[in-house]
Write a protein that binds this ligand. Structure first.
Ligand SMILES: NC(=O)c1ccc[n+]([C@@H]2O[C@H](COP(=O)([O-])OP(=O)(O)OC[C@H]3O[C@@H](n4cnc5c(N)ncnc54)[C@H](OP(=O)(O)O)[C@@H]3O)[C@@H](O)[C@H]2O)c1
Length: 284
């Protein structure tokens, strides 16, 4: 297992790095502030994805890399980041984690279209790339606002009750990325992730019900947006909430299709029970 560059070392990058480490590899992460204390097999580089020299320095000597775009939805900035990655990457394989499913139209919110353009640019470039498109992460249910409602017996998520989601998880993302990084033969392909559970809102609430029953209530996207703003900034909160406003009306099936990636990548699906025990869910 080689040294793997993980660009963007937030929740997703950390899950990817942990999976690669668990499989015996070493990692280099890149973020503007040191993401993790340097420790055995884990090197934290400091640099900005928008700066060509920083991205070049991060790629030095790297054969495997993973890109997760940060919370940045300005098309010009995203395109600068992608250009920097394409210029710097001399790799056997780059995995691009779109961090979301991607609708088949450019008439969609920026959180989708910027990621779709990035995927197209990478796949058309000289860099051997595999694109992974996770669904919604179950890990979002660990957010304080969701937990607060769960404690009152209510699962609130900003999607109508009848929207079916094949949920992903950060574990699935890490394991699928590690598997994809070992498959240079898959360069040029794109895969939907989402194998943890396929459920509508009430189905998910039932799956989370332990000793007491939990009922599902769609959250209002505007309230959801206000709850996100203190954490990720008002502009980013609008961009994220816009995806939840758009999907039910325009692509209600975006998250519902079962994914073939688990078979293609040889990663056994994680069930919801596995996820609950691995995150130490306890009783909400
Ligand atoms: N499908 C889902 O359920 C789901 C859930 C959550 C998020 N997302 C999506 O995932 C994407 C990323 O979200 P995230 O939650 O992983 O973000 P995050 O936790 O904020 O992580 C972003 C990482 O990138 C680094 N970073 C930010 N700007 C950078 C820059 N210019 N140069 C270098 N490093 C930079 C950050 O560290 P520094 O700030 O120190 O640089 C951080 O380590 C977004 O597109 C978001 O919409 C999807």
């Amino acid at each position: 297992m080689s040294h793997c560059l993980v660009l963007g070392a937030g929740a997703q990058g950390t899950a990817i790095a942990a999976s690669w480490r668990g499989a015996g590899g070493t990692v280099r992460t890149l973020s503007r502030r040191p993401a993790t204390a340097d420790r055995d097999g884990w090197e934290a580089h400091v640099g900005d994805l928008t700066e060509p020299a920083a991205v070049r320095a991060a790629f030095a000597g790297i054969r495997h890399a993973v890109l997760t775009l940060p919370l940045e939805f300005d098309p010009a900035v995203v395109s600068r980041i992608i250009d920097n990655v394409i210029d710097a990457a001399e790799v056997e394989l780059l995995v691009y984690n779109t961090a979301n499913r991607l609708p088949d139209t450019m008439d969609a919110p920026a959180a989708f279209t910027t990621r779709r353009r990035a995927a197209e640019a990478l796949l058309a470039s000289r860099v051997p790339t595999v694109v992974l498109r996770p669904s919604i992460y179950l890990d979002n249910l660990l957010a304080p606002r969701v937990r607060r409602f769960l404690e009152q017996g209510v699962l609130r998520y900003p999607l109508p009750a009848d929207i079916v989601v094949t949920w992903s998880s950060l574990f699935e993302l890490g394991e699928a990325t590690t598997a994809a990084l070992r498959r240079p033969d898959l360069a040029g392909t794109a895969w939907d992730l989402g194998s943890t559970a396929t459920l509508d809102g009430p189905g998910l609430a039932a799956a989370l019900s332990a000793t007491t029953s939990i009922r599902y209530e769609p959250d209002d996207p505007t309230q959801f947006e206000s709850s996100l703003a203190p954490w990720i900034g008002a502009r980013n909160a609008v961009a994220v909430a816009d995806t939840y406003r758009w999907v039910p009306e325009h692509r209600p099936g975006l998250y519902s299709n079962a994914s073939a990636s688990a078979v293609a990548l040889g990663v056994p699906p994680t069930g919801i029970g596995d996820w609950l025990s691995r995150v130490n869910w306890g009783r909400p």
